[in-house]
Design a protein around this ligand. Structure first.
Ligand code: DC
Length: 230
């Protein structure tokens, strides 16, 4: 039987992962965070002393890049570098969440050879499970045949404000203006690149979460998905 797939794309900070996680739980699907895969490669480049902007250097790393993922008892998507945990792979689930790795992920993800290298891994997940997959090119490139495609967005100011509050909660004193600038820079990079840029698939439903609470956004999405999956 063909598995069901829900693609959620959009810029960073629109609430994709929060929404995708809740929807996956509600429907009993697996949540696949594809950004975590790019982040793991970004971390591999950084730890090998390769600049994430150096396309040739990153490409040279690919033949010895082994990225694995699994779902722990905690239900979280764990990422490993160097193999499965039982083969000595290193759990990098927490290490990929820094600002430095975020930036590196955005840079390595613009390299076409990187996107081709990571494509199969993402498609395999959808072939073997019912998935809610979030990223930038899921509806356009990874799963063009997805059952439901959502393009989740919000204004840059709204997304920066959410990120600013998140950082504040974690004790960071980062100024709002800096967070907004980073959001806009990442948007420009993710949308402006030649390889699989962030863009809405023609058959995706646009959902703008600006000014909406998490609950309002979640209910709106669930309604759209239920109507299309039924
Ligand atoms: O969703 P995220 O912030 O964890 O993603 C990190 C970076 O990876 C982001 O800047 C763009 C890139 N990315 C991508 O190009 N394609 C995807 N499907 C997911 C992420």
């Amino acid at each position: 039987m063909k598995h069901k797939s829900i693609a959620i794309d959009g810029p960073s900070g629109a609430g994709k992962s929060t929404m995708a996680k809740r929807i996956a739980k509600e429907l009993g699907y697996i949540y696949v965070d594809t950004g975590a895969i790019y982040r793991t490669l970004g971390l591999f480049a950084l730890s090998g002393g390769v600049s994430p902007s150096d396309a040739e250097g990153v490409k040279a790393l690919l033949p010895r890049t082994v990225i694995c993922m699994n779902y722990g008892d905690d239900g979280l998507q764990h990422m490993y570098l160097g193999g499965e945990p039982k083969q000595g792979g290193k759990d990098v689930t927490a290490a990929i969440r820094t600002q430095e790795v975020s930036d590196a992920a955005s840079k390595v993800s613009a390299i076409p050879a990187v996107r081709a290298f990571l494509l199969e891994m993402q498609r395999d997940m959808a072939e073997n499970h019912d998935v809610v997959m979030d990223g930038r090119d899921i509806g356009t490139v990874v799963l063009p045949g997805a059952d439901v495609k959502i393009f989740l967005t919000a204004t840059p100011e709204d997304r920066a404000r959410r990120r600013y509050l998140e950082l504040l909660e974690r004790g960071s004193g980062e100024a709002y203006e800096n967070v907004l600038r980073e959001v806009m820079e990442r948007d420009a990079r993710d949308s402006g690149r030649a390889a699989a840029p962030l863009k809405q698939a023609e058959d995706a439903v646009l959902v703008d979460t600006s000014g909406k609470s998490l609950e309002e956004s979640f209910q709106a999405l669930l309604k759209i998905i239920r109507e299309r999956i039924a």
